[in-house]
Design a protein around this ligand. Structure first.
Ligand code: AMP
Length: 310
């Protein structure tokens, strides 16, 4: 499924995982997951994605076929001897915070990305959650990107803060959630934390606040606030942040015209994708929906956010 009207594709590096997840709605074992997977499938609703990552020899081939069928170029996803990255987590109560039970990096521990030559000319680059050293490596190999963005998580903020700061110094957009923004800067106030992160490099900082929506900070004297879609049932929040960022970057690549107005639209598209993703375990909801469903929900976002400022 290649989106015909997309102007550019998005290069995405990040984890390709098997996830064991438990939420109040149920449990899945070693289901398809990983930041690069959620974000590239979300991006693929708007533009072709180019995946960079690694999986172990026993990684189910149907997962790779699913990605390829979504228009994700999988030539950058290596299959090597060893075990696939495995993450186990659980959620309770409002499900806004994942409890990590296990992070087994496995094949990611010795992975060195080897980008197919044509990937190096990618104009849109999303460094999804993975070791910041790998994010840097990919950035080093892309020749002349137009828009670069990164995501991360508490695991890397505490284990590789220096590498992460090097990544932040080189990207245009940083996606972080509220807890990560506080952890990264030591600032409790989110607006102050965003200002501190912007001082590290990114022109735009997008703070994800789970069910409370997101905030974009930039150098004009305002920021943008997007709602999250008010769902009556959340099944599994895993990958919401990745879907948000992937949807956002996919939309930006599809229009290939960087304006703040487009970035605002991209954020609402990202929120749309995230809202679908949390309605099922793993990528089950993304397997069901179409671009038309995305457009319908995007319009609902417009309705719920309408405000007459007169
Ligand atoms: P999110 O819920 O959007 O923050 O992302 C969840 C995804 O991140 C899961 O599918 C995990 O496989 C993946 N993940 C969890 N921990 C890590 C980590 N330390 N590095 C990279 N990816 C991770």
């Amino acid at each position: 499924m290649v989106v015909p009207d997309a102007r550019e594709s998005v290069l995405i590096v990040g984890s390709v995982a098997l996830d064991t997840v438990e939420t109040p709605a149920g449990r899945v074992e070693r289901a398809l997951g990983g930041a690069a997977v959620y974000s590239s499938v979300a991006a693929s609703f708007f533009a072709p994605a180019r995946g960079v990552g690694v999986v172990g020899a026993a990684f189910p081939r149907q997962h790779l076929e699913f990605l390829a069928g979504r228009g994700v170029d999988i030539r950058g996803i290596k299959i090597v001897d060893g075990k696939t990255f495995h993450w186990a987590g659980s959620y309770e109560g409002d499900m806004n915070q994942a409890n990590t039970l296990a992070t087994e990096l496995n094949v990611f521990q010795s992975f060195a990305p080897d980008l197919p030559e044509d990937y190096k000319d990618s104009k849109y680059v999303f460094l999804a959650n993975i070791d910041p050293a790998l994010q840097l490596d990919v950035l080093d190999h892309v020749r002349n990107p137009k828009l670069t963005a990164c995501d991360t998580m508490n695991f890397w903020i505490s284990s590789k803060p220096d590498e992460l700061k090097k990544v932040l110094a080189r990207v245009d957009i940083a996606f972080v959630n509220d807890a990560e923004a506080r952890q990264l800067t030591g600032e409790v106030n989110i607006t102050k934390a965003a200002t501190e992160i912007r001082k590290l490099g990114p022109r735009y900082v997008i703070i994800k606040k789970g069910e409370h929506g997101s905030l974009m900070y930039c150098d004009s004297d305002y920021c943008f606030s997007a709602a999250s879609y008010p769902l009556t049932e959340v099944v599994d929040p895993t990958g919401a942040g990745d879907s948000f960022a992937g949807g956002c970057m996919g939309y930006m690549a599809s229009v290939d015209d960087f304006t703040e107005a487009n970035l605002r639209r991209a954020i609402v598209y990202g929120s749309t994708l995230a809202s679908f993703n949390v309605q099922g375990f793993s990528l089950s909801k993304f397997r069901e929906i179409t671009r038309a469903d995305v457009e319908n929900r995007y319009r609902e976002f417009q309705k719920i956010a309408f405000f007459d400022g007169a």
